[in-house]
Design a protein around this ligand. Structure first.
Ligand SMILES: Cc1cc2nc3c(=O)[nH]c(=O)nc-3n(C[C@H](O)[C@H](O)[C@H](O)COP(=O)(O)O)c2cc1C
Length: 356
């Protein structure tokens, strides 16, 4: 089963409002679609007779060797997909890097306990900075090895499906990192409860000083997620960030934002190797993972497919999704004549066609 087939299965199982929340994007969802399409336009130039009997898919990231460049993107509210929620996701991630959302329905301590690989906490900076700082302290104490600050949600994207469905958390599912806060700020009534939550809790006045603030609050590696402009990539380097994630939030924030496959090379060039660049958005096959690495990414994050795996098979479903991506990636390396993931570069690619 490929990941589109799995999504179809998940769609049959999940309540409409949950499926729409997971699958949907902003506005016309044009960025959701172009994220996927843009990877397919990146074409390979394989080498042959290269002895690919032994493939090494591992990569090094911030001093840690990861068994695979495929990592789990932070996505909110996993208990809407499966009763065990983020606990099952963490088990399914195996030794891979897992980025746990602030808006998790299982507390960060329990997510770290269930994981066998490194866990980063994804952070939103709340209007109440003390709330964010308290979560940073908990992440440190729990054993998280990175903090991933999401920088592309100054305000909520226009998620029309959620508005239409009146999306909100059911009473028995809570934001486990902020007990008591969630239901209070996701009132019943018309429109999306999440939009209400974001506008009441997230700080729209956030600027680069927030990065300095966070840098001063913790010694954990700091990763900025949601970089979409080469100038912001350079700014991230200057701000003391340790890595960036090129991301448009899976097309859920600014509809019409450029596909990440197209931005990635510019951001990679801008940072001049001074920090590793990760990427997410629309990666659905092992060949996409290889495309991202050849364009200069150190690792990739996968969002929605993990939720389809979780909904259809719990931890085993997540493991099957990630294992399938790894398998496809290893096969792609072999067919490219490239033995090691870390050796992939632009020489594996044909020149990019001009955007249409
Ligand atoms: C249902 C859902 C919830 C998300 N929640 C968060 C979140 O809490 N924090 C965050 O930084 N990104 C969040 N994202 C964005 C993902 O981290 C990631 O950027 C995106 O899903 C990647 O695109 P893909 O789903 O096409 O792989 C969410 C995405 C989805 C689909």
């Amino acid at each position: 089963m490929n990941l589109d087939d799995l999504e179809t299965r998940a769609r049959e199982i999940l309540p409409r409002g949950v499926y729409d929340y997971y699958a949907g994007g902003a506005g016309d969802e044009s960025t959701v679609a172009s994220n996927r399409a843009a990877w397919r336009q990146v074409r390979f130039r394989p080498r042959v007779l290269a002895d690919v009997a032994d493939i090494d898919p591992s990569v090094e990231l911030l001093g840690v060797r990861l068994p695979s460049p495929v990592a789990v993107a932070p996505t909110a509210f996993h208990r809407l997909a499966h009763p065990e929620g983020e606990r099952a996701t963490a088990r399914g991630a195996g030794g891979r890097l897992l980025i746990a959302s602030s808006l998790s329905t299982v507390a960060i301590e329990e997510v770290v306990a269930a994981a066998s690989g490194p866990v980063w906490l994804q952070l939103y900076v709340f209007r109440d900075r003390a709330l964010s700082e308290a979560l940073v302290r908990r992440a440190e104490a729990a054993g998280c090895t990175g903090l991933c600050l999401t920088v592309d949600v100054p305000v909520a994207g226009n998620r029309e499906r959620d508005h239409r469905n009146g999306f909100r958390l059911p009473d028995d599912v809570e934001m486990a990192n902020f007990t008591g806060l969630a239901q209070a700020d996701m009132p019943g009534g018309a429109g999306s409860g999440l939009v209400h939550y974001i506008s009441s809790q997230f700080d729209p006045s956030l600027d680069w000083s927030a990065v300095s603030w966070l840098r001063g609050v913790t010694d954990l590696p700091l990763i900025l997620k949601g970089i979409q402009h080469p100038d912001d990539g350079r700014r991230a380097v200057d701000s003391g960030a340790d890595a960036v994630v090129v991301s448009n939030h899976g097309g859920r924030q600014l509809d019409g934002a450029e596909a990440t496959a197209r931005i990635l090379p510019d951001v990679v060039a801008a940072v001049e190797g001074r920090l590793p660049v990760l990427v997410d958005g629309g990666l659905r096959r092992g060949v996409d993972v290889a495309r991202a690495l050849a364009l200069g990414a150190r690792a990739v994050l996968v969002g929605r497919p993990v939720l389809w795996g979780l909904a259809t098979g719990g931890a085993d479903g997540v493991a099957a999704v990630l294992g399938g991506l790894d398998e496809g990636f290893v096969r792609t390396l072999a067919l490219l004549g490239s033995r090691r993931a870390r050796d992939l570069g632009p020489e594996a690619l044909a020149p990019l066609p001009r955007p249409v």
